[in-house]
Design a protein around this ligand. Structure first.
Ligand code: ADP
Ligand code: ZN
Ligand code: ZN
Length: 735
């Protein structure tokens, strides 16, 4: 046996491997991830390297191959663990070892570190407080906001001030001149944040305490079975996490907290900083590779105990990692959209299995997978059933059948119920959120004579109407002016159908002319920082109504919102996906959870064309178990995950004939080789069957066990490698 070894464990050098022989005596101990001592170069210098692969294929002449000297027995480096994790990712999800390694290893910054401007509070807090009062009296609004920010956190980078707080250079100037703030340019410490005034921890209520105590207890006893906390929105899960984190950190261990990017708001992050001070770091997708690398290195050097971030924070190189918390574990953003298409929940569990520690999953609407595993006893299940914050209670939910509205002559997008409640809220100066399910799904233009929708010539999707009169393809950006006649049959009867967020905004403005309205969707938030800006403005009471898509339902705690309206609740039910009922239930429940977070009770109005669907009725009752029981029956009946395993092969090619030929061949191969073990479905055209003139075909493979599917994947990979003259690509995806 031979070992492929890397000697420079940096992102750029990952594909430079050297092959060594594994001597007989070490054949048991050398595995993927082992740190080994090898003779290197002409002088046979002794250096250490990492085994990334064991193989029986010699890449050079046997006589020139050197032996591994020994396995490094000292402390296992975190790199070893990450390489083992990469090996697991490769075999679990399918990719090359290099792709898997690139996923887990931080990218070193080759460019010189950029000079960055920092601002510091240069006077005592009392002095700053006094100046703040003075600014308030004189109505220097901008200055007031600057001072408030520096009272919360004493150092700010220029970017954060500009992006997150919308503070301009001009607002800083007078404070710099008076010596209240100090400016410093530095190349060090990128992305660091320091918070002021440790917040006194809240006293956990009985339910929260039971959960935190039990988890800490099990942690101390070395019982590392993953925990799933099913806690309704606002039940205080974050407080429970923080209590447990404190316990784990006090034992010298580190914690990673995964939060979906969209919920990683300034508000959320500040809660952690206030509790844990500056031994904490955060990464997000807006950081450059270099900034992220710096934060990862701080973790490696032990300068911080906590890393907060989205999916990829999972690979923070803590050598003393004791726990990973996956908040909102049901979020689809936890699954990577690139090869290897790993899922952060499963990968976190594997990482903690390797490192020896616990994973905590939390959600108000657990994924069907996680709940299924919990009921089977693979995870420990905990429940939080009450809202934690004093006086806040679950909101009341009303379901309105929109078919009846139309029968009664109401053609508006607002049911009478919702319209009346909006008017009520406006007069009481309370805030309203209007949530439109799914952007781009509606807004297409179709012909009332031939029924065809106007589509993109390069992609198999319909174009979306924008208010500027253009029709846009959301896959490739293709756009044309709104045609006057149907491109298919020439009839003049073509019109926009359904709703987009822009349209809802316009209709809301028309129906409630006095209301101040903000809109948040992909179009309004594509600019850096704009997401945060819209939220801050709404939070500050600059608008009465926030209209938006998915993004407005995640994790924000708006105390003055007492009404949530959900328009077209069922739109996501008919998506082409076995998870569409689950996603609908999650969205509705999370959206409903936005109302009544403060002292005033909240109302939720769900408008739908399918009021009897179990996703809608269960969301109305806010009854997760009722939803789960119906859903799991369906999954079991059709052998969908988690009751079975599903592997999709996506084959893409510009040459349609070749694509069809290859995928049919692979379908036949699987049927022949795995008869009785794997069911194949298809091949079929992908839901979007063409993107940028590339054809996309799918083959589904289903099995009760995952192993045959992993083997099937290898078989197809091999056949694909051996195919000569191919102009196609393949991708695998486990659901
Ligand atoms: P979740 O993460 O479950 O949505 P949070 O932890 O964000 O819930 O808590 C919701 C709100 O309730 C927050 O404003 C939080 O500060 C408050 N809260 C949580 N636990 C308590 C408690 N034990 N006592 C008082 N307030 C609490
Ligand atoms: Zn037509
Ligand atoms: Zn297109």
């Amino acid at each position: 046996m031979y070992a492929n070894i890397i000697v420079d464990i940096s992102h750029e050098q990952l594909d430079r491997t050297f092959q060594y022989r594994i001597p007989e005596a070490l054949s048991q101990t050398v595995t993927e991830g082992s740190q080994v001592v090898i003779p290197f170069g002409k002088g046979n210098r002794r250096i250490t390297g990492y085994v990334i692969e064991r193989t029986s294929k010699a890449e050079l002449d046997e006589s020139r191959m050197k032996d591994i000297i020994c396995v490094e027995e000292k402390a296992v480096a975190v790199e070893s663990q990450l390489i083992r994790l990469a090996a697991w990712i490769r075999s679990r999800y399918g990719s090359t070892m290099i792709q898997a390694l690139r996923t887990v290893m931080p990218v070193r910054d080759k460019v010189k570190s950029q000079e960055k401007t920092w601002y510091y509070l240069n006077v005592s807090r009392e002095m700053a407080q006094k100046t703040l009062e003075e600014s308030k009296r004189k109505k220097y609004r901008a200055r007031e906001r600057v001072l408030a920010a520096f009272l919360e956190r004493t150092e700010w980078s220029r970017e954060d001030l500009m992006d997150q707080l919308k503070i301009s250079q001009a607002a800083l100037k007078p404070l710099l001149e008076r010596g209240i703030l100090r400016e410093e340019k530095t190349k060090k410490e990128r992305g660091r944040v320091k918070a002021y005034g440790a917040a006194a921890p809240v006293t956990l209520n009985a339910q929260q305490k039971t959960v935190a105590d039990d988890i800490c207890h099990r942690y101390d006893a070395g019982d590392f079975k993953p925990s799933l906390i099913h806690g309704i929105t606002g039940s205080g899960k974050t407080e429970v996490y923080m209590e447990i984190m404190e316990h784990v950190i006090s034992q010298g261990k580190a914690v990673i907290v995964l939060i979906p990017e969209i919920a990683l708001t300034y508000q959320t992050v500040m809660r952690f900083y206030k509790r844990f001070g500056d031994r904490i770091s955060m990464v997000n997708s807006r950081l450059s590779a270099g900034e992220k690398y710096d934060q990862f290195m701080r973790a490696k050097r032990g300068e911080i105990d906590i890393m907060i971030g989205p999916r990829s924070a999972l690979f923070t190189p803590f050598s003393n990692l004791g726990m990973i918390i996956v908040d909102e574990e049901h979020e689809s953003a936890y699954k990577s959209e690139y090869t290897p298409r790993y899922h952060a929940r499963e990968t976190a569990i594997e990482r903690m299995r390797i490192a020896g520690g616990m994973v905590i999953l939390g959600s108000a609407t657990p994924s069907v997978e996680a709940y299924y595993r919990a009921l089977k006893g693979e995870y420990r299940l905990y429940r939080l059933t009450e809202r934690a914050s004093q006086g806040s209670s679950l909101s009341k939910v009303w379901v309105v059948d929109m078919r009846k509205e139309l029968e009664n002559g109401n053609k508006s997008i607002f049911s009478r119920e919702l319209e009346q409640k909006i008017t009520e809220r406006l007069s009481r100066k309370e805030q309203i959120m209007l949530f439109l399910n799914r952007r781009g799904y509606a807004g297409f233009v179709s012909c009332r004579r031939c029924g065809k929708a106007v589509g993109c010539p390069h992609c198999d999707v319909s174009l979306t109407a924008h208010r500027n009169g253009m029709l846009v393809c959301h896959y490739c950006g293709y756009q044309i002016p709104m045609p006057k006649t149907c491109p298919s049959c020439g009839s003049p009867y073509i019109a926009g159908f359904g709703l987009g967020t822009q349209k809802v905004e316009a209709l809301t403005a028309a129906a409630f002319p006095k209301a101040r309205i903000l809109r948040m969707d992909m179009d309004t938030t594509s600019k850096k920082g704009s997401h945060q800006e819209i939220l801050s403005r709404f939070f500050a009471g600059e608008a009465d109504i926030l209209v938006g898509t998915q993004m407005i339902v995640k994790g924000h705690d708006f105390k003055n919102v007492t009404l949530v309206g959900i328009l077209a609740a069922d739109m996501s039910l008919y998506a082409n996906d076995f998870r569409s009922s689950e996603k609908t239930f999650q969205l509705l429940t999370q959206a409903a959870g936005r109302a009544g977070r403060g002292e005033k009770p909240g109302d939720v109005v769900i408008q739908t064309y399918s009021p009897d669907h179990y996703s809608i009725t269960a969301a109305m009752e806010q009854n997760y178990e009722a939803f789960y029981e119906r859903e799991i029956l369906y999954r079991k009946m059709l052998h969908y995950p988690p009751a079975g395993h599903l592997l999709a092969l996506l084959l893409t090619s510009q040459r349609e004939e070749q694509a069809k030929k290859l995928i049919k061949m692979y379908a036949a191969l699987i049927r022949a080789q795995y008869n009785g073990m794997i069911d194949t479905i298809g091949p079929v055209a992908a839901p979007v069957s063409k993107i940028r003139d590339t054809y996309r075909l799918l083959l589904y493979m289903k099995s009760d066990r995952i192993e045959p599917l992993m083997q099937a994947r290898s078989s197809i990979e091999q056949a694909f490698e051996e195919e000569t003259g191919r102009e196609a690509a393949i991708q695998f995806d486990f659901s």
